[in-house]
Write a protein that binds this ligand. Structure first.
Ligand code: ATR
Length: 278
């Protein structure tokens, strides 16, 4: 029998997840179908109740439900609790278990780009929203030489630091955006987790790279456009860049693996997503 999987979000019209997961089911010869459900915030509980009734095998959760979903599940994985958000739910014998594959997906993709051990790297995370929490959590859990968070609203960065230091004794600092800019030469990896540069505001950049060191990796979570102006500036300077397509694909692949036990062909998924993005 076909197993049903889904996406809960609002809006979901432009999501590339159905394309990616349905292709993986077909390619692996598995009987599965993934459908995007457009569910506004006020109907989230009813939607989850309906999923339980229909015994939906697993689902992704996206904006605006990643935090609110947590109260509607039976159990939540430790790293998802640390991140404070769930993007993947697995039906384990009728119990819904929440995970977060965004952070791990990001890490998997980043590790394909960097050529030195993560624990030797000084990392700057720009932003302190949900995406920053996902990335900062896995980096803190993996262990980096130094993890610095910079954000326009510095109090939000301090909240993240205080939260992680209570879990793990990671070496985390917080700086203002201008301090980060002046001291950019300290960092081996600089990650933009904000929406600065995302379509349609494609001319904005999150931070000046004037003081970046030549061996730095610039990493942008944005995948629309695939190459943001910030990454184009980096490439023009001969810097290594890492765009957001890899994170999107890997978070999906890890979700697929949690649901089915099978890790899909991520090169194939990347091709599909790149084609779709044009
Ligand atoms: P997400 O879940 O995608 O991370 P979010 O939780 O709304 O979204 O967080 C957005 C992040 O981008 C925040 O760090 C935000 O900075 P503030 O905390 O100061 O609001 C940052 N951000 C978004 N637009 C920005 C802009 N124009 N300039 C500077 N920072 C911006």
């Amino acid at each position: 029998m076909n197993k049903l999987y889904g996406l809960l979000g609002h809006p979901v019209g432009h999501s590339m997840s159905p394309l990616m997961h349905n292709d993986a089911f077909t390619h692996l010869g598995m009987k599965g179908y993934y459908h995007a459900f457009d569910v506004p915030e006020v109907e989230l509980k009813e939607a989850v109740d309906a999923f339980r009734l229909l015994n939906i095998s697993g689902f992704n959760v996206t904006i605006p439900h990643k935090v609110a979903i947590m109260n509607l599940l039976d159990e939540i994985d430790e790293e998802a609790v640390m991140i404070g958000a769930v993007n993947t739910v697995v039906n384990m014998d009728g119990r819904y278990i929440g995970y977060n594959t965004d952070g791990r997906g990001y890490l998997t993709s980043l590790l394909k780009t960097i050529d030195r051990p993560l624990h030797e790297c000084n990392v700057l995370v720009i932003g302190a929203g949900g995406a920053a929490r996902g990335v900062a959590t896995v980096l803190a859990n993996e262990g980096v030489a130094l993890l610095t968070i910079a954000n326009r609203t510095i109090t939000k960065a301090i909240e993240i630091k205080d939260n992680y230091q209570s879990y793990r004794h990671a070496n985390i600092t917080v700086v203002s955006m201008s301090e980060a800019e002046d001291n950019l030469g300290l960092y081996d990896i600089v990650i933009n987790t904000t929406s600065i540069g995302m379509s349609p505001n494609v001319n904005d950049v999150p931070i000046s790279i004037q003081h970046a060191k030549p061996s730095v990796v610039l990493s942008d979570l944005i995948y629309n456009p695939i190459l943001t102006k910030w990454l184009i500036q980096g490439e023009a300077k001969g810097l290594k860049t890492h765009n957001g397509v890899g994170m999107f694909v890997e978070q999906g692949a890890l979700a697929f693996q949690l649901w089915t036990g099978k890790y899909p062909d991520t090169e194939r998924m990347t091709e599909l997503v790149r084609k779709q993005l044009g």
